[in-house]
Design a protein around this ligand. Structure first.
Ligand SMILES: Cc1ncc(COP(=O)(O)O)c(C=O)c1O
Length: 474
C-alpha cells in the first residue's frame, strides 16, 4: 500500500502519550535577540503595518559579504560577488551589496530596471534571467549590462537586438552537464560543457554583435566536489579557447553555497530519527497528520529522505567557499584557487540565500485558538503559508512565541500547529508541531527567524486578495 506523505492510520497522537517535543533551536543574530528581548517595538510595528511583517537588518548582509571577500582576498583572487536578488525582492538589499563594492545578479525585467534606476553601476550588474525576451535584452543593452546566455535562441535574439541598435552586447555563456564520476550532472540549463569550445569559438562569425567575456554555471544542490569538477572542466574549456586566441575574463560559479540555520547537529539528527519513527507509527506525530515531509511509506517501509533544505550544516558559507578553493584539482594538480590566479581569471559568484543569513525575520499575530476534529490544538495566524515558503517541504526551525502579557511567560508550554488564512485543509504555516511558551492569547506574536532568503518572498501570493506582507528595515 502506498500512503505517500499522509498516514491514515488511527490518530497516533492520541494513541501514544509520548508527546516529547524535539527542538530545532535556531541561531539568532544579536539584532534578533534584541528585538525578542524588547518586543514592544514588534507589537507597535504589527499595529502599524498589519500582520505579518518582514523585518530586515542590513548589518548581517555586510558581514556575510565581508566573510566571502575575506576568503577570496586570502588567496589573492580577483573577484566580484553578485547578490542573487531573486532570493528576496527588497531593493535595499541589492543597493547594500552594491554599496559594499560588490554586484547584483538580476533575474527579471523589474529586478534589473529597479537596480539601474536606483543608480547601481552597469559593471555591478549581471542578467541571468531564465527566460529573456526582447524588451529585457533591450534594457540590458541600453545600460551595457553583461548578459548570461543559455541557448542558441537567446544568442540569436541577443544578436538581433544588438544589431538593430548597431551596438555590441557583452555576454557570458552558461555551461552545464558537467561530468562527475563519469556521469553527467543533469540540468535543463546551459550549453553542454563538452560542446562549449565549439559554441564559443563559433560566436564571432555567427553573432558578430556579441562580445564573449566569460563562462557561467549554477549547479543544483550544494556539493563541494561537483563545484570543484565544474570549475576544473570550465577552466579546461577556457584554456582551449585561449589556445584559439579567445580570451576569457571571468568564470562565474553561480550560487548554492550552503548556510546553517541551527545551533545543534544533535537536534537535527534526533529530529530526523524521530520523524521516521513517527511516520512508521512508533511514536507520536511530529508533523500535522504525520506528514512524512517527502518520504514515502510503502508496505510499512520508509523510502527516500525528507525533501527539506539541510538546515544544519557544519560546512557552510565562507568555510564552504574556502573548501572549494583549497581542493586540489585532479586535472591540473594545483589547488582550485590557483586556477584563477595563474590565469588572472576573475572569480565571480552569485550567492542569494547565504548572503541573507540572519538578515530577516517574519512576525505574525495570533488570531484564534481551536481544536481540529481530532483534538489537535491549532493556532490561527494572520498570515498565509505563501508568506513563509520555499521549495523545502517544511521550514525546520523553532519559531519564537512572544506573549503580549508578561505574566503569560511563566505558564506551562503548550504544543500546537500553526495554521493560516487560506481556505485549504493544507494551510499549515509549518507542518511541524511547535512549542509555545504558554497557551497563546489572541494578539500574541510568533516570530519566525532567518526568513530573508527565499522564505518571505519566493512563493508569496495575493490569493483571496490578501495584501502582501510589508517589508521593513531596522
Ligand atoms: C543563476 C543563479 N544564480 C544564483 C542563484 C542563487 O542561488 P542561492 O540562493 O542558492 O545562492 C540561483 C538560484 O536559483 C540561480 O539560478
Amino acid at each position: 500500500m502506498l500512503l505517500g506523505t499522509r498516514d491514515t492510520s488511527p490518530n497516533i497522537e492520541s494513541t501514544f502519550m509520548d508527546n516529547t517535543f524535539l527542538p530545532l533551536t535556531p541561531i539568532l543574530h544579536r539584532w534578533i535577540q534584541d528585538i525578542i528581548e524588547q518586543p514592544i517595538t514588534l507589537f507597535r510595528a504589527i499595529e502599524q503595518h498589519g500582520s505579518p511583517i518582514n523585518i530586515h537588518h542590513l548589518a548581517p548582509l555586510e558581514e556575510n559579504i565581508d566573510a566571502y571577500v575575506g576568503v577570496l582576498t586570502k588567496y589573492n583572487i580577483t573577484h566580484k560577488i553578485f547578490f542573487a536578488r531573486k532570493a528576496n525582492k527588497c531593493l535595499e538589499l541589492a543597493q547594500a551589496a552594491a554599496h559594499a563594492g560588490q554586484g547584483v545578479d538580476t533575474a527579471s525585467y523589474r529586478e534589473l530596471q529597479q537596480c539601474v534606476e536606483s543608480g547601481i553601476a552597469n559593471r555591478q550588474l549581471v542578467l541571468t534571467a531564465a527566460v529573456k525576451n526582447r524588451s529585457l535584452l533591450e534594457l540590458a543593452l541600453q545600460h551595457d549590462i553583461t548578459v548570461v546566455l543559455d541557448n542558441e535562441d537567446e544568442l540569436q535574439l541577443a544578436q538581433d537586438v544588438a544589431q538593430e541598435k548597431k551596438r555590441t552586447m557583452e555576454i557570458n555563456i552558461r555551461v552545464g552537464g558537467f561530468f562527475v564520476e563519469n556521469q553527467r550532472l543533469p540540468t535543463r540549463f546551459g550549453f553542454p560543457i563538452d560542446r562549449a569550445v565549439a559554441c564559443v569559438s563559433g560566436l564571432a562569425d555567427k553573432y558578430p554583435n556579441l562580445v564573449y567575456t566569460g563562462l557561467h554555471f549554477h549547479l543544483n544542490g550544494y556539493s563541494v566536489s561537483e563545484r570543484v569538477a565544474a570549475i576544473e572542466q570550465s577552466v579546461r574549456v577556457i584554456d582551449e579557447l585561449a589556445n584559439e586566441g579567445i580570451h576569457t575574463k571571468s568564470l562565474d560559479i553561480g550560487g548554492g553555497i550552503l548556510m546553517n540555520y541551527l545551533q545543534s547537529e544533535q537536534e537535527w539528527l534526533d529530529f530526523h530519527q524521530a520523524l521516521r519513527e513517527a511516520v512508521l507509527g512508533k511514536r507520536s506525530a511530529l508533523t500535522y497528520q504525520n506528514d512524512a515531509l517527502g518520504m514515502v511509506k510503502i508496505d510499512g517501509q520508509l523510502h527516500g529522505e525528507p525533501t527539506v533544505y539541510p538546515y544544519f550544516n557544519k560546512l557552510h558559507k565562507e568555510h564552504l567557499l574556502e573548501a572549494i578553493l583549497t581542493t586540489p584539482s585532479s586535472i591540473f594538480n594545483v589547488p582550485i584557487h590557483q586556477l584563477f590566479t595563474a590565469r588572472n581569471l576573475e572569480f565571480r559568484m552569485e550567492p542569494g540565500r547565504s548572503l541573507l543569513d540572519q538578515v530577516g525575520c517574519t512576525v505574525a499575530k495570533v488570531a484564534f485558538r481551536k481544536e481540529d476534529s481530532e483534538g489537535r490544538l491549532l493556532v490561527g495566524l494572520e498570515m498565509n503559508r505563501t508568506q513563509l515558503r520555499s521549495s523545502s517541504a517544511d521550514f525546520l526551525l523553532d519559531p519564537i512565541h512572544l506573549p503580549k502579557r508578561e505574566d503569560q511567560e511563566a505558564k506551562d508550554p503548550c504544543y500546537a500547529y500553526l495554521v493560516g488564512s487560506y481556505c485549504l485543509e493544507q494551510e499549515l504555516i509549518l507542518k511541524r508541531k511547535v512549542r509555545l511558551k504558554s497557551y497563546p492569547e489572541i494578539g500574541d506574536l510568533i516570530l519566525f527567524p532567518n526568513t530573508a532568503g527565499y522564505m518571505m518572498h519566493f512563493y508569496e501570493s495575493e490569493a483571496h486578495l490578501f495584501e502582501l506582507a510589508k517589508n521593513v528595515f531596522l
